[in-house]
Design a protein around this ligand. Sequence first.
Ligand code: SIN
Length: 307
Amino acid sequence: MLIHPTGRFDNHPADNRHIEVLPLAAAMGAEIRGVSIAALSDEAFAEVRAALFRHKMIFFRDQDISHADQAAFSRRFGPFAEDAYTKGVPGHPEVQPLIKEADQSVGMVFGAGWHTDSAFLAEPPAISMLYGVEIPPYGGDTIFANSALAYAMLSPTMQAMIAPLKVHMSMAKVVETARANLDADETPLGRVAATRDMNRLPDEIARKVAGTMHPLVRTHPVTGEKALYCDETYATGIDGLTAAEAAPLLKFLVEHITQPAFTCRLRWAPGTYAAWDNRICVHQAFNDYDGFRRELYRTTIAGEAPR
Ligand code: SIN
């Protein structure tokens, strides 16, 4: 029987003066109450930003905002990121629709599989945000796992062993899965699925499949917190290890990060706005709402080369 990890859970809110923070789970996540993201003072924004780094994923309910409001709120966190998959809505190239129609049934949804966003880029997005407009009556949740807590819960010997390692992050598995499961169309993953021949990839996809080596343990640039930088979707190898050597280590780390005790699960509603810090958590979307429409809008904030 698995002994439940204990000792390092601390998701209590900081002392805030301008926002109310309600932790979602022991491991991570918090709801921010008492504010409209379209009309946030600088003081309240500073507390929201600190809450994001503290709780890894934050969300607001009942936000009634336009694409321009989402773009303006997102931009307060920094410049927009290069987005690896999606195209923006007309007039707002940085606000990307994420829509699955009620009559669409696909083998893979955008965001399937545990991942940290676009980790194959040299400078992956720091923060991602989603605004829910139409939400299935059940299903379509997003689950998150705290990869900083997961790092802290490793033994000092394991921490020392993995400290010098670099992880190879690549889009290869997404390309293979999309090609096997999806029609080529104008959806974000449909454009990846259109990639028919792995040996003759368009330059833009080839660059993402070639990917980047990143530190397996990364340090948050603002808080100094250390986190495992590893996921199920993009982590494909370890620099200097054979595939046979790397696979069990990556499998252990992914299972360790994503164990239920380190997660929280967000139930969307129309008007829910969520933001997460890709440097210190991983997440995944579920493909469990066939027959219902799900419409969200996504923005991503530029990050730095992981260190
Ligand atoms: C994502 O991975 O960014 C999408 C998450 C979701 O649609 O729930």
